[in-house]
Design a protein around this ligand. Structure first.
Ligand SMILES: *Cc1c(COP(=O)(O)O)cnc(C)c1O
Length: 298
């Protein structure tokens, strides 16, 4: 298997948090691996195991040009000696950005398809076409979300139960796969709040419900902090990320964790969390996608 470092928990201290009687911790899962990092490590864990067990030599997956999942899959393939193929949404843009040049340096074969074709990526006909073109492969869906990904994230949550005491777990949501796993694995006494990184994220409740244990009700999806939509940003969010790094030495990414943490701080300010409670924010990684963070990852 690919290696894993146990990620530290960072406590953030500020007058604001003190005033509201809330303790704020961050589980720095972004530090669990140099390249296959954050939630992507957990989402890939059982998929990689399954691919190897079945004797596959090639992984094929999908993503946009800035995808953390493409980045992580390319690195995992390299570490395990598996070939990787990335089906990338949209046209090739040269020079390649950091995400794709890294993927290519790991040996990933990049194959670009139109946005229109990309919408069919889950259809059987389309996948058959890919098999005709590339031969046999182990397929991992976009964002890595499938049952095995949910299983990996549930295992992460089970470990967290024994590691530290807290009242709320806050995390960012893309597809909801990570959150579904965490709902399944985390003690029901804790409250889980997912922050949608995309606009109109109300559908995520249903998506997550389909994937997680049906009896759990200790969770909700917050759709207020999307900053214009997936991959969109504002100067307010950018300034916030700069300030959090200065104040707490906590680097956040612009697509996911920055929005989530903005939401956490805003909710603290509004008195949302009970006095005396501990909020654990989950750093799911994604720093490779930051325009100015790239030097660190190369
Ligand atoms: C992929 C990703 C997410 C979203 O995970 P889902 O399981 O798709 O909800 C959140 N944060 C980061 C940093 C990611 O890379």
């Amino acid at each position: 298997m690919i290696n894993y470092s146990k990620a530290p928990i960072q406590e953030l201290k500020s007058q604001l948090f003190e005033q509201h009687g809330v303790r704020v911790l961050v589980k720095r899962e972004d530090l669990n691996h140099a390249f296959v990092s954050g939630n992507k490590w957990w989402k890939l864990k059982y998929n990689l195991e399954d691919a190897l067990r079945q004797g596959h030599e090639t992984l094929l997956t999908f993503g946009g040009a800035y995808s953390n999942h493409i980045f992580a899959t390319a690195a995992a393939g390299k570490e395990l000696g598996l070939k990787t193929i990335g089906i990338i949404r949209g046209e090739e843009v040269l020079p390649l950005n950091h995400t794709l040049s890294f993927a290519e340096s790991c040996g990933m074969k990049l194959h670009y398809i139109s946005r229109e074709a990309y919408r069919k990526k889950a259809e059987l006909d389309f996948i058959k076409q890919l098999r005709d073109q590339f031969g046999n492969f182990y397929l991992i869906p976009e964002g890595g979300t499938n049952e095995l990904a949910v299983k990996g994230c549930a295992e992460f949550a089970e470990q967290l139960n024994n590691e530290i005491d807290f009242d709320y777990l806050c995390l960012s949501i893309g597809t909801g796969g990570t959150m579904a796993g965490i709902i399944a694995g985390l003690d029901a006494s804790k409250r889980i709040i997912g922050f949608s990184s995309l606009k109109g994220g109300a559908f995520l409740e249903e998506e997550i419900s389909k994937m997680k244990s049906p009896e759990k009700t200790n969770w909700s999806v917050n759709t207020e902090y999307h900053f214009g939509g997936y991959g969109k940003t504002t100067s307010e969010l950018k300034d916030f990320i700069v300030k959090v790094k200065e104040d707490y030495q906590l680097p956040l990414d612009i697509v996911y964790t920055g929005k989530m943490f903005f939401g956490v701080v805003d909710l603290i300010t509004k008195g949302y969390f009970k006095r005396g409670s501990t909020v654990l924010a989950l750093h799911t990684g994604g720093l490779q996608g930051n325009p100015n963070e790239n030097e660190k990852n190369t």
